[in-house]
Design a protein around this ligand. Structure first.
Ligand SMILES: *Cc1c(COP(=O)(O)O)cnc(C)c1O
Length: 513
């Protein structure tokens, strides 16, 4: 029969249920072993891009024939286990990257296993409702007003951009979605953000067509908070010059130092000048859940739109961002179109109308399951302990003579290694330059060594090391180890790198002369 292959398709991607179970159980066993052995493993491989490409056989052509699923999974698992950097390692303190919660890893498998399309409710009945509940729970967790709207995104960048587009649609003053930037008025739209705002704001201004010169960069004070008189002066000046201010971006937890802007004062100015208040709380907003959170953190609730990153302080796997808006119609007003080729009749949320994506995965499941597994109390405890660990590390850095501690905010502590004999000379240009080189070297060595991982912050002219705890696996012993590792690498590197002119003066006569 000519069409036999169509009647009984033996397709190369299908697996029998037994095969799927075998391969899957083996994978889960391997991942369990990985999670169980994290502490004994180096944080990452000490390899060059060439070595990684060689292990992958990166230049190989597309395979003509397929590979048996079990072998493929075993080989791939082995390759990834060997060549990954483990941000879930208890001594990973870099950037703001959380160590994936195990339940979230399994949730991702379950999400893929059921594969709903969270773009439309009809395509994802339970999954869409779970996303609605998860975003509402995040709002409850951080005290954001109920009755608004929200959507999960790939991360903080897109969450912030959605806030930006909501602001633009709400406050531009003309039909910016239809008329775009052709309008005379377009060239005068202005937004305000502090110099320590994350780079998403440039991408948003650029991609929207406004251009980055529409951003008014407001100076910050010594602790990276937006200078409020300068903000007001900039708004006033733009109004005088015939420009149209439309939004202010406040930051709750700056990337470098965890600084929180004066959000209540930003709210007041936004009310005075009829501007949209957006808060980038990608990292810091979650700390608003603490019962003893200061008012400045709780003020995330004042925003018109608030971006937060579950893949930071909610400890989910990548990717999961979230944006919440106070006005329940704000996302639809910025993104909704209703094309004739969709047939979504239910009285329910269709997420394709609430953001940039159309087809959407079920990232909500891991967020929701983690909130269920840990509960509010569990999150309060983990976030509290992360902050305590960063503060303990700060205390250690203050106490140890070979460290200079710069500050601690939220769960970030900045510090650097300073050889004791150079301590009193740190302001000299040559010494300052050397200390920057030394600390950059420590960071690079640490990354290669795989014992711990920190990133850096540029504080004025100082290259500081920066540790950030968004890691429920880290313990006091791990932050103590970080101090020892920094000191060990610093001492060794100092002996190697110290320029002649900065060497301690050696008493050639010796002590008995
Ligand atoms: C991480 C971060 C972002 C960017 O978020 P992604 O999830 O990396 O896209 C934006 N703003 C702040 C304050 C952040 O910490």
């Amino acid at each position: 029969m000519r069409d036999a292959h169509l009647s009984d398709r033996a397709t190369p991607l299908d697996m029998t249920p037994e095969e799927f179970a075998d391969v899957g159980h083996r994978l889960v066993d391997d991942l369990a072993e990985l999670l169980g052995s994290l502490r004994e493993r180096p944080l990452g491989p000490d390899v060059t891009p060439e070595e990684v490409r060689a292990a992958l056989d990166a230049a190989a052509s597309i395979p003509e024939e397929g590979t048996e699923a079990g072998k493929l999974m075993r080989d791939t698992t082995r390759m990834l286990v060997e060549y990954s950097l483990y941000n879930m390692h208890p001594r990973f303190f870099g950037y703001i990257t959380a160590g994936a919660a195990p339940i979230g890893v399994l949730a991702d498998l379950l999400a893929s296993g059921t594969n709903p399309n969270n773009g439309g409710w009809a395509l994802s009945p339970m999954a869409s409702e779970i996303e609605a509940q998860a975003t509402r729970w995040i709002a409850e967790l951080v005290g954001f007003p109920g009755g608004g709207d929200g959507v999960l995104t790939s991360g903080g960048n897109v969450a912030n951009m959605i806030g930006f587009y909501a602001a633009r649609a709400a406050k531009a003053g003309w039909d910016v979605r239809a008329d775009g930037l052709k309008s005379e008025e377009a060239s005068v739209l202005r937004l305000y953000a502090s110099g320590s705002t994350h780079t998403w704001v440039q991408k948003a201004a650029d991609l929207s067509g406004l251009g980055t010169s529409a951003i008014r960069w407001i100076e910050t004070d010594a602790v990276e908070r937006m200078n409020m008189p300068a903000l007001q002066a900039a708004i006033e000046k733009d109004l005088d010059d015939g420009h149209r201010p439309f939004m202010v971006v406040g930051t709750c937890g700056s990337v470098s130092t965890g600084a929180v802007d004066d959000l209540p004062a930003i709210r007041d100015l936004c009310d005075t000048y009829d501007l949209w208040m957006h808060v980038d709380g990608a990292y810091g907003a979650f700390a608003a859940c603490l019962p003893n959170a200061p008012d400045e953190l709780r003020a995330v609730a004042l925003a018109d739109s608030l971006a937060l990153d579950p893949h930071k302080w909610m400890y989910t796997t990548l990717e999961a961002g979230c944006v919440l808006v106070r006005d329940p119609s704000a996302l639809l007003a910025a993104f909704s179109y209703q094309p004739e080729y969709y047939y979504f009749q239910q009285e329910a949320k269709n997420y394709f109308e609430r953001g940039i994506q159309n087809s959407r995965g079920f990232r909500a499941l891991k967020v929701w399951m983690q909130l269920k597994q840990a509960g509010r109390a569990g999150y309060v405890r983990m976030i509290t302990e992360d902050i305590e660990l960063a503060q303990r590390f700060y205390d250690i850095a203050v106490a140890r003579p070979e460290f200079e501690a710069f500050g601690t905010a939220l769960s970030i502590t900045t510090y650097r290694y300073v050889p004791e004999d150079l301590r009193s000379r740190a302001a000299e240009v040559e010494v300052a330059t050397y200390l920057n080189e030394l600390n950059e070297g420590i960071q690079a060595r640490m990354e290669k060594g795989g014992e711990a991982f920190v990133s850096h912050a540029v504080l004025g002219d100082v290259y500081a090391l920066r540790m950030c705890v968004v890691n429920f696996r880290s313990t006091l012993a791990d932050v103590e180890a970080l101090a020892d590792i920094t000191a060990k690498l610093g001492g060794a590197l100092d002996r190697q790198l110290r320029p002649e002119g900065l060497r301690p003066v050696v008493d050639v006569e010796g002590p008995h002369a």
